[in-house]
Ligand binder design. Sequence first.
Ligand SMILES: [Zn+2]
Length: 408
Amino acid sequence: MNFLYILNFFCYCMLMIQYYFLNLAMIYNVCWTNFQSICKQWKLKININKTKIMIFSKGRIPRNLLFNIDGNEIEIVSSYKYLGIVFSRSGSFLSTRKYLRDQAIKAMYAVIKKSRLNNLSIECQLDMFDKAIVPILTYGCEIWGFENLDILERVHLRFCKHILRLKKSTPNFMVYGELGRCPISVTVKSRMINFWCRLQEGKESKISCLLYKLLYVNFNNYGYDSKWILYIKKIFDDCGMSNIWQSHNLFEKRWVVLSVQQRLRDQFIQEWSTEMNTSPKGLCYRLYKNVFKFEHYLSVLPFNLLITLCKFRCGNNRLPIETGRWRNIPRSERLCHLCGSADIGDENHYIMSCNYFKDERCKYLPHYCIKNINVIKFKQVCSTQNIVELEKLCRFIKSISVKVYPPG
Ligand SMILES: [Zn+2]
């Protein structure tokens, strides 16, 4: 009953606003008459305690407004939570996103706790995030997805950094790159397009289809700026599929949704690549990271070793190149203090050329890496798929960490 009531309310509000220029009393009367007829038809009783009035407007509400049902005054509220979505009178869904974020964070820590108890792999933890947390974060996103999604993406990144034991300050492109993951916005946009396709194919009598048609006619003929419609159009334009929007002709729904999803993913990978190649923090990272994919070492190494390697790759270490950054020392002065070679103390130096670690290098690295060193060999060492070589590399990194910055 509530569902019908709310949808009817929305529908009639929109019509009345358009034709009667926000005559609230008239809107209420029309809604009320309509609502009564529905209740009679379905033999339903109105629950006064759960019935509220919300006036969608950005201006002030007149103080003398009173709404009654059978002599009982109905409260006027500025926001109302219905089936997990918080509607607010300004039309913004910020409260919804904050509410979903809070719910998702609670569920996220429950997943992390269970994962630790059961020693789950990184892949498995990511799968649990996709199955249990993403549905909470994106609940109802078909409707509110056009708004800023940063608040939700921060939950995603927090989870990824948490399972890899990375610092909050780790550049996001490294986290996406190591795990081969795309932001939540790709999921949200795909779902919005999927919903739009369903509106095209749905029965004409469906309230959602009727409302869409009303919005579309107003958008096309009367210049009504519907943020939702503009956003759907923008997604198609950005994906180079403006023809689908212009013709409103679905060649095949499944193909449209999958194509949009793939193009959004490709665009993100392009942005990721640009950021990695232009960020000063990615100077070493881009030497051993070329392909956007889940890194092989995360699924084959024991947990303590994979964390060691991941932290080293993502700059979560205390090499002079990092500690110098914290102290605002110019890059050219962040030198290795162990070998006295006046080389910059970065990952490449310690793994490949620092004389202080000559013996460890012979012990842990493949023989072809010891002589005639160059950047290609450094790349080979850091991106090897061989599990024995990976384990040895991790042990080498551990010994470097202890000697470059001894504990205590
Ligand atoms: Zn050195």
